[in-house]
Design a protein around this ligand. Structure first.
Ligand code: IPM
Ligand code: MN
Length: 384
């Protein structure tokens, strides 16, 4: 039997614990069904509740503790809700969300993968029926760029105050994220070919390819990193002649995500631009209730990757048991698939979970069901 894989479960705030509870039930179901070598530990931090009791969001050695695990399954961080309780314990976002950014940075989770595929049953926001073909993977650079948190405020509160916020782009991080994008494009083309679902993307010189990478910049205004991204993209594309290349400025990309999202395959964007584009991409694929997200370190096996849905703590509905756990369950499925790199039985379980969640969505998408009902239905499918 494979060495036991250990998951740190961090439910967090708001609807986090509600949707994580359903993910854990699915993991339990899969574990007993397939006798998986899988264990998990639930942590009460990072969270508002922990901060209220301890004056900090998590213990000083939190990252060291989490590093002992193979993966982290995170619910959500932020306003715990309910919003009509004006006396609830509330922290500024910069404090409550810091652990999320600290995990990404501390474990060098340099890839943020956010797939956006409009699955049957998911809400179709675009009227155009070609929306059914939306199937993109947005890859967000997750280690630097606009999120380096360097800068400061000078003469704070004074009329002549100055705020600076640095953006840092390195060739090393640019190369690794762009190469990762091309590798994913190739992988997706292979998977599509196996499923007889081929797609076609034209290159500028008139060839036709089965996959595409679109790199996003704002090089017409932010030229230094924009030019570096463009050059690195051109260089690395030479290693992948089978993958079509495309470049979009981020503002035009927003327009085209709405106008013709089915024309995109893999999209590589900087940290902030990827953040913004993936909220839009989530809506294109059915909304925040179905959008998974993964923060990955593909290069260092000693560093845990972290899996959290794109949605936040949803304080407006927290505590009512009505949050849709679908995004969390798709995220858990991707986590298992990721862990399948070490233990293939987990990869198969991840696929099974994905199919169960997608099957449930196809049959019941659009129905009013509470969190637990959706979890029950998916566990039943897994047991069937
Ligand atoms: C996300 C979130 C975070 C981000 C926030 C909460 C700091 O919006 O994961 O997309 O900007 O990365
Ligand atoms: Mn975001």
């Amino acid at each position: 039997m494979a060495q036991t894989t250990r998951i740190a479960v961090t439910p967090g705030d708001g609807i986090g614990p509600e949707v994580v509870a359903e993910a854990v039930r699915c993991l339990e179901t899969l574990r007993s069904k397939h006798n998986l070598a899988l264990e998990w530990t639930r942590f009460p931090w990072p969270s508002h509740a922990w901060h209220e009791d301890h004056g900090e969001s998590w213990p000083a050695d939190a990252l060291d503790q989490l590093q002992q695990y193979d993966a982290i399954l995170l619910g959500a961080l932020g306003d715990p809700g309910p919003i009509d309780d004006s006396s609830r314990y509330l922290l500024p976002d910069s404090i409550s969300l810091a652990p999320l950014l600290d995990m990404r940075k501390g474990f060098d989770q340099w890839v943020c993968e956010r797939p956006a595929r409009l699955l049957p049953g998911a809400r179709q926001y675009l009227k155009d029926d070609r929306a059914k073909d939306i199937d993109m993977l947005v890859i967000r650079e997750n280690s630097e760029g606009e999120y380096v948190s360097q800068g400061g405020r000078l003469r704070q509160g004074k009329p002549d105050e100055v705020a600076t916020q640095m953006e840092v782009f390195t060739r090393r991080a640019t190369e690794r994220i762009i190469r990762y994008g091309f590798e994913q494009a190739r992988r997706r083309a292979t998977e599509r070919a196996q499923a007889s679902r081929t797609r076609n993307f034209r290159t500028l010189d008139g060839r036709s390819c089965e996959s595409q990478v679109c790199v996003i910049t704002k090089r017409n205004a932010l030229r230094y990193w924009g030019d570096m991204y463009t050059e690195v993209f051109e260089e690395i594309s030479q290693e992948f002649p089978d993958v079509a290349t495309h470049h979009e400025l981020v503002d035009a990309a927003c327009m085209k995500f709405v106008q013709c999202p089915w024309a995109f395959d893999v999209v590589v964007a900087s940290n902030l631009q990827g953040d913004i584009l993936t909220d839009l991409a989530a809506v294109l694929s059915g909304g925040m209730g179905v959008a998974p997200s993964c923060n990955l370190n593909p290069t260092d096996p000693d560093m845990p990757s972290m899996f959290e849905p794109t949605h936040g703590s949803a304080p407006d509905i927290a505590g009512q048991g009505i949050a849709d756990p679908t995004a969390m369950l798709f995220t858990a499925a991707r986590m298992l698939e990721w862990l399948g790199r070490k233990d293939p039985t987990l990869g198969l379980a991840g696929k099974e979970l994905f199919d169960a969640v997608a099957g449930d969505l196809a049959e019941h998408g659009g129905e009013q069901r509470d969190t637990r009902q959706i979890g029950d239905a998916i566990c039943d499918r897994l047991q069937a």
